[in-house]
Design a protein around this ligand. Structure first.
Ligand code: PBG
Length: 334
């Protein structure tokens, strides 16, 4: 392998593992709170924190509680939060108009956070699933999730988020051409500073199940998302999608889910050297928490190991529901 490497006993790799000081010196990857983006579920009401049953430890927060969480994130050194609205049937319609309502839950939460904690970056999700009566990320005509009409709606949604003051827009819808359309509209409207973090390689995954409970989409969703989200069998396709989204104006790209797709993270980072994020999704979080609740895993260690795996695979950062817990642990352990 490496001819310069001596042979036993000259080469005793355990020398470099003997104690924490030496191990720290030779550690190849690092994890810090500044690598984390914290996804937060926003709901209506005041002073409410409502547990999400399939995601132990995760709650849906009213906007005042979201602001509280945003302060906590900033205090912990977490640079960004990502907002997901929990919507009821009354917010869902065939035309999805609530998606670009300047006063929808997501936009009100954005303004409240930017007022209270201006230096914390706010990221939002662009996709129609919280607002559509079908639970799909786009408009449905017959059996088809239509692309181009959806992109027009996504542009309106993105512009309303930019108006509300978001720093990062994350299109998670997987329609074709949306990055270029959103980028052009943002430039035209004077929002040239808004960062686009494209969910470029997003797979049609079973691991989103608990999230759909958390945002109230499980009951609404008819069918599956396989005509727009990627086939888990594919990897070259992920590189083509990343190339396309960068070409259309994405600043950063995402691979989603995370842990089952670390090979994609590594290939994307090696091929493009662009800021690369992974989303440790709801099902990954739920699996670890379920094992912890059964006494089958040491939760803190499993959490930190799972997060380090993303850094080792070449990611610059991770969207994770563990963000505050992991940041607190890093503060305690240095
Ligand atoms: C929807 C969206 C999903 C997630 C983020 N945005 C679910 C889906 O595509 O059905 C999943 C996040 C998670 O599972 O934690 N646009």
């Amino acid at each position: 392998m490496h001819p310069v490497q001596g042979r036993f006993p000259a080469f005793r790799p355990r020398r470099l593992r003997r104690g924490p000081a030496i191990r720290a010196l030779v550690s190849e990857s690092t994890l810090s709170p500044s690598d984390l983006i914290w996804p937060i579920f926003v709901r209506a009401g005041e002073d409410v924190e409502e547990p999400v049953p399939s995601m132990p430890g995760v709650v849906r927060r009213s906007i005042d509680r979201v602001v509280h969480a945003a302060r906590e994130a900033a205090d912990l050194g977490i640079p960004a939060v990502c907002l997901f609205p929990y919507t009821g049937a009354e917010d869902r319609s065939a035309d999805c108009a609530e998606a670009w309502n300047p006063d929808n839950l997501s936009n009100r939460a954005t303004r409240a956070i930017k007022d209270a904690v201006p230096h914390l970056a706010v990221m939002t999700d662009v996709a129609l699933d919280p607002y559509s009566d079908t639970g799909h990320d786009g408009f449905v005509r017959g059996d088809e999730i239509v692309n181009d009409a959806t992109v027009e709606a996504l542009v309106k949604q993105a512009l309303s988020q930019a108006e509300a003051g978001v720093d990062i827009i994350g299109p998670s819808d997987m329609m074709d051409g949306r990055i270029g359309a959103i980028r052009a509209a943002l430039e035209d409207a004077g929002h040239s500073h808004v960062v686009l973090l494209s969910y470029a390689a997003k797979y049609a995954s079973a691991f989103y199940g608990p999230f759909r409970d958390a945002v109230g989409a499980s009951g609404a969703l008819k069918g599956d998302k396989k005509t727009y989200q990627m086939d888990p069998a594919n990897t070259d396709e992920a590189l083509r999608l990343v190339a396309r989204d960068l070409d259309e104006g994405a600043d950063m790209v995402m691979v989603k889910p995370g842990m089952p797709y670390l090979d994609i993270c590594r290939r994307v980072k090696d091929a493009f050297g662009t800021p690369t994020f992974a989303y440790q999704v709801s099902g990954e979080y739920a699996m670890i928490q379920a094992a912890v609740q059964n006494g089958w895993l040491d939760g803190e260690r499993a959490m930190m190991e799972s997060l380090m795996a993303f850094k080792r695979a070449g990611c610059d950062g991770i969207l994770t529901y563990f963000a505050p817990q992991a940041a607190r642990r890093m503060a305690a352990h240095g």
